[in-house]
Design a protein around this ligand. Structure first.
Ligand code: PRX
Length: 683
């Protein structure tokens, strides 16, 4: 039985054991470093930059920027004039410095019998080989490469191969639908897509190749040709494929040849293993300008169209590496495990870039927290003696529901830091994580950040920061958070407002791919002079920051940001629907979920079957993770006289709260009663 952990002191000091080895050992040290970082960014980041390899040093000012739309276009430039290669810094630098045989990644399959590993020198060889393949397929500096892959070592090989030759990767999470993948390929005009045949996630088999085929077909119909589809063979067996004995690749344990069927279109489709056969394992890195693009990653936009968030070379490299080092208090003997998929920003920065640039050993996990049972995470922690672990509140809440025994039966004494990311963590889940998972010995780091910020921006430091359950605590080096009210005035302590940032840190995004104006409008227009996160928050009287969630039309479902407009457009795409309005609804495991109000066209009747069809429409358009939880018929929607939907009222109806406040501006108040009557019984 789960104990009741609700009674607890409000503040948790950093674990004593950590303080001896930590990079930052006290709040005093943190404050000194923080002051240096914001008052003298050139000096602070300049010192850090000396640990990296530069083909040529910066020639101009270390940092130049304009954060104020009133002074012209927004720009952020770090280390102008310098040249580097992030792949070189993540691999070659370590191989040259004695880490050639250090394990870069352990790979843990969905099936507990499947595992593998790869050293830094083996990874470098594979990356160079694949970089040569990309070049032979015509990929050049600045080209965009779409990657739609499962959590296998090849996803990091593909990513780093792009980085080595200066191509931009655009990774699309393997749970997105063919439509979403196609939209992203089209927006970036990718001529090449890298994928795998398929993958098991828990008991579900995903035919990735099929999804890519449909996406490519859709692109073709829109007039864009994908010339090459490179397919890594992960599940399908092959007669000529001999499992190498000594390279740590033990994957074939569960290859379901009889289940997975893929189709093939020559010459477009190419097997990865055939392309790399006999290709050289050396490939000179392309030396790139500090502000050359590194990658783009799409994130939901409040208008419904996803935004290609663009990060650049030097700044992102410094920031990914530095946040990883300090926020997980990285030590050379660590075994680090971030459970996020590489398809999200967390997997970019803290599965791939941050750990590799620091030369760490970390895990790539293909599975899910509940397969084969809800003890999987802790079985893996025990198996690899994981020291630093990083996951999402939704996973913590899910596992909490299965009771403590699944956790305590495994040895977790190796854990020193346990982190969370993606959404606000409720104190109850925080305390369970601290008490049960960490056994009161590990530091909990609740890290607040976004795809746009590149790395953590508000976070505790494990050896220094006393933590309060539910607070992401204090800003990282170089980050200056301010809380503003609607009028753009700084707010006094303990009142909620908009969380914005006053000056750039190296990891901040530089633009929205192909749409700089959207970048300026989305992040810099509402409060000139500040980067606006879109999140609400407050600062308590001790200076701790508390994030309270999105204050725009975005919903954070299990740590995945979804745009209500995008879901509405998927619903309106169904022939029965004339109008739809989607709002956020609290959910005990997912944090938030979506609640959809749908107005039907004349001649259609609302039914159970239609509800399922509408949910399916959203799955098909966006992906299974976006499937709405609640759906209800709305013969009318609460609108103002000017026709604006009052979402505030819909949010109240969704949770059955009759305390709806002032609705005198509604064109037709009677619609509110009607909507209350039509609420589904399970909502
Ligand atoms: O609302 C915040 C929430 O996730 C949003 C960013 O989502 P995304 O770009 O997909 O990146 C997720 C992983 C970095 C934020 O605007 N969020 C993220 N971390 C936290 C959080 N909310 C509260 N506490 C956090 N620790």
């Amino acid at each position: 039985m789960a104990e009741n952990h609700n009674i607890s002191p409000a503040i948790f000091p950093p674990p004593e054991t950590l303080q001896n080895e930590a990079h930052v050992k006290s709040m005093e040290q943190y404050r000194d470093m923080y002051k240096h970082s914001v008052e003298d960014p050139d000096g602070f980041w300049g010192d850090i930059a000396r640990e990296f390899h530069w083909a040529s040093p910066p020639t101009g000012k270390f940092l130049e920027y304009n954060f104020d739309v009133r002074n012209g276009s927004i720009f952020i430039k770090w280390m102008q004039g310098s040249k580097t290669n992030v792949c070189y810094n993540a691999l070659d630098r370590h191989v040259k410095n004695g880490l050639a045989d250090k394990i870069a990644f352990y790979w843990e399959g969905n099936d507990p019998h499947d595992s593998g590993h790869i050293t830094y020198s083996q990874l470098l060889d594979k990356v160079c080989q694949f970089a040569n393949v990309l070049k032979s397929l015509g990929v050049q500096k600045g080209d965009r490469v779409a990657i739609y892959m499962p959590m296998i070592i090849e996803i990091t090989v593909a990513l780093l191969a792009c980085v080595r030759i200066g191509a931009m990767h655009s990774i699309v999470f393997g749970g997105f639908s063919a439509d979403s993948l196609a939209d992203r390929i089209l927006d970036a005009k990718c001529a090449i897509v890298i994928t795998a045949d398929g993958v098991w996630r828990g008991n579900k088999l995903l035919n990735l190749k099929d999804i890519v085929d449909s996406a490519v077909k859709k692109c073709h119909a829109e007039g864009h040709t994908v010339e090459h589809v490179v397919v890594a063979r992960h599940l399908l067996p092959s007669e000529e494929y001999v499992v190498p004995e000594d390279d740590g690749d033990h994957r074939p344990a569960r290859r379901p040849s009889h289940v997975l069927k893929i189709s093939w279109s020559s010459p477009r489709d190419k097997w990865w293993h055939e392309l790399v056969a006999g290709v050289s394992t050396s490939c000179d890195p392309e030396w790139l300008d500090a502000e050359d693009p590194l990658f783009m990653l799409y994130t939901s936009g409040s208008t419904g169209k996803p935004k290609g968030v663009l990060h650049t070379q030097a700044g992102y490299m410094l920031y990914a590496a530095t946040t990883f080092k300090y926020d997980f208090d990285y030590q050379p003997d660590d075994i680090f495990w971030c459970t996020a998929d590489v398809g999200w920003i967390t997997g970019h920065t803290y599965v791939t870039y941050g750990p590799l640039i620091n030369g760490s050993t970390s895990l790539i996990f293909e599975g899910i927290p509940t397969f084969p049972d809800p003890g999987r995470f802790w079985a893996v922690v025990e198996k690899y003696k994981v020291t630093k672990f990083y996951t999402a509140p939704t996973a913590i809440r899910t596992l909490m529901g299965f009771g403590d025994d699944y956790v305590t039966k495994y040895n977790r004494s190796s854990l020193k830091v346990i982190g969370t990311v993606g959404e606000p963590i409720n104190p109850e889940a925080w305390l369970w994580y601290y008490n049960v998972v960490g056994n009161k010995k590990a530091a909990v780091v609740d890290t607040f950040w976004q795809t746009e910020t590149g790395g953590h921006v508000i976070t505790p430091l494990p050896g220094a920061t006393p933590t309060k359950p539910g607070s992401a605590t204090f800003p990282f080096f170089g980050v200056v958070p301010v809380i503003l009210n609607e009028e753009g005035k700084e707010i006094e302590d303990d009142q909620e407002g908009y969380i914005v940032f006053k000056q750039p840190w190296p990891g901040i995004m530089r633009t929205v791919y192909g749409d700089h104006q959207r970048f300026e409008t989305t992040y810099f227009k509402k409060f000139p002079g500040y980067y606006c996160t879109g999140d609400g928050g407050r600062r308590d009287s001790d200076g701790y920051l508390w994030i309270t969630g999105r204050i725009d039309d975005m919903v954070n479902v299990s740590g995945h940001l979804l745009s209500t407009a995008e879901i509405e457009s998927a619903l309106v795409g169904h022939p029965a629907v004339t109008e739809a309005a989607v709002v956020s609804h609290p959910h005990p495991i997912k944090g938030e979920c979506t609640y959809c109000f749908v107005t039907l066209k004349q001649g259609y009747t609302y039914s159970e079957e239609l509800t399922l069809e509408l949910k399916q429409a959203v799955r098909t358009k966006i992906g299974p993770f976006a499937t709405p939880d609640y759906m209800q018929e709305a013969p009318g929607l609460p609108k103002t006289r000017s026709g604006k939907i009052m979402r505030r009222v819909l949010r109240k109806i969704a949770v059955g709260d009759h305390n709806i406040g002032d609705v005198t501006t509604l064109a037709d108040e009677s619609v509110v009663d009607l909507l209350f009557k039509l609420r589904p019984t399970d909502a």
